[in-house]
Design a protein around this ligand. Sequence first.
Ligand SMILES: Nc1ncnc2c1ncn2[C@@H]1O[C@H](COP(=O)(O)OP(=O)(O)OP(=O)(O)O)[C@@H](O)[C@H]1O
Ligand SMILES: [Mg+2]
Length: 265
Amino acid sequence: MEERVQGDKSAGQLESHSVTAGGDEQKQPVPGKTILQVEGVTRSLPLGHERIEILRGISFGVQQGEFVAIVGPSGSGKSTLLGIIAGLDNPTSGRVIIDGVDVTRMSEGKLAAVRNQKIGMVFQAFNLIPTLTAQENVEIPLYVGKHKGSPASRARELLELVGLSHRLNHRPTQLSGGEQQRVAIARALATDPPIVIADEPTGNLDAANGEKLLQLIAYLRHTTGKTFIIATHDATVANHADRSIRIVDGRIAAIEGLRGEAIRS
Ligand SMILES: Nc1ncnc2c1ncn2[C@@H]1O[C@H](COP(=O)(O)OP(=O)(O)OP(=O)(O)O)[C@@H](O)[C@H]1O
Ligand SMILES: [Mg+2]
């Protein structure tokens, strides 16, 4: 089903956008449904004769439709944690359960399908393919597995949503950092995944485009019930989240709710 929303004119590049909600019915969050469960996740790596402990036992759950910020100092383990949640890296111990399925015990083939269907990932370093245009980069996930409609029109629709309909045929080197970041966001949304994981998505955006990204997140949560898990150093982004999980030295130091109250510390 196609949803067209005419937004506030002052919203600039997001003034008019259309998003396919996916399926025949609009997806709405099921209140109280746990879509992600992280249980006792550790990650250590050999370094010379020693092992470095990057994650030291992380546990939390995320409800469908929730917006969770992962915050904490540089080097505290945020990107490592997101990579493990997205199934790109294995924990040394512990489990990640996505929509009831333990992805840490899965074959690579099945895991690839889960990643494609359930998770959209925006990387800290974008990971766009340099030889492809913006539109082709967004189309890529749609050639994996079965997806409705035309990849080209879906890619154009999403690039319009992030304010890049005038840059469809530009390659990554012909785009600014903020524009590349927005292509990466459009690509993460291509398969209409229920969970969007983003690593510093506003790191290369100016304040106005950062604000537009937050509006886009709010819009997608409202219309499609998507769940957002975002690692960020940006206090504005963290302030918009339902909860902030603070990681310090590979451990959860605090979990704070909407108005900054401590849920657990
Ligand atoms: N492949 C690796 N080999 C050795 N050490 C690593 C490796 N990957 C990450 N680390 C170390 O693990 C720690 C956590 O890294 P990570 O990238 O998860 O931090 P981060 O919280 O995302 O930091 P930032 O805010 O700077 O992005 C860092 O000290 C990093 O140097
Ligand atoms: Mg990082």
